[in-house]
Design a protein around this ligand. Structure first.
Ligand code: THU
Length: 128
């Protein structure tokens, strides 16, 4: 991924993080997805008083991309303003894998970034 695309993803993820609804955990996350056609979709975590109904930022972004007519994820950037970088949870990795081969997964806290590949984080995702 070019530096300018990564910068655009980070900008989108940070703007999404600003919209995070996380009154229970206070842990705000933003995600941005680059699709194969070059479009960017963002998402934030949306919590619920019935805790288990919470949806992570990454899944919101993937679902928005699918609704927008996109089915191939090329890259995902996850932003959280924490000291340690925040990787996607297992459920989000599985959802990302449904719509991708082996995309880049970029983690950022605004100060440092680390790039993985989906298959490093989810070597054996479920496939029908
Ligand atoms: N969360 C995300 O949105 N993405 C992640 O990668 C990890 C966790 C959210 C879910 C919940 O709202 C909060 O972070 C604490 O778990």
């Amino acid at each position: 991924m070019t530096k300018s695309i990564q910068a655009s993803l980070l900008r989108a993820a940070r703007a999404a993080e600003d919209r995070a609804y996380a009154p229970y955990s206070q842990f705000k996350v933003g995600a941005a997805i680059l699709t194969s056609s070059g479009r960017i979709f963002s998402g934030c975590n949306i919590e619920n008083g019935s805790y288990g109904l919470t949806v992570c930022a990454e899944r919101v972004a993937v679902f928005k991309a699918v609704l927008g007519g996109e089915r191939k994820v090329k890259a995902v950037l996850v932003y959280a303003g924490t000291v340690k970088l925040t990787p996607p949870c297992g459920a989000c990795l599985q959802v990302i894998s449904e719509f991708s081969e082996n995309p880049e997964i970029v983690l950022s806290n605004g100060r440092s970034t680390k790039t993985y590949r989906l298959r490093e984080l989810l070597p054996l995702g479920f496939r029908f």
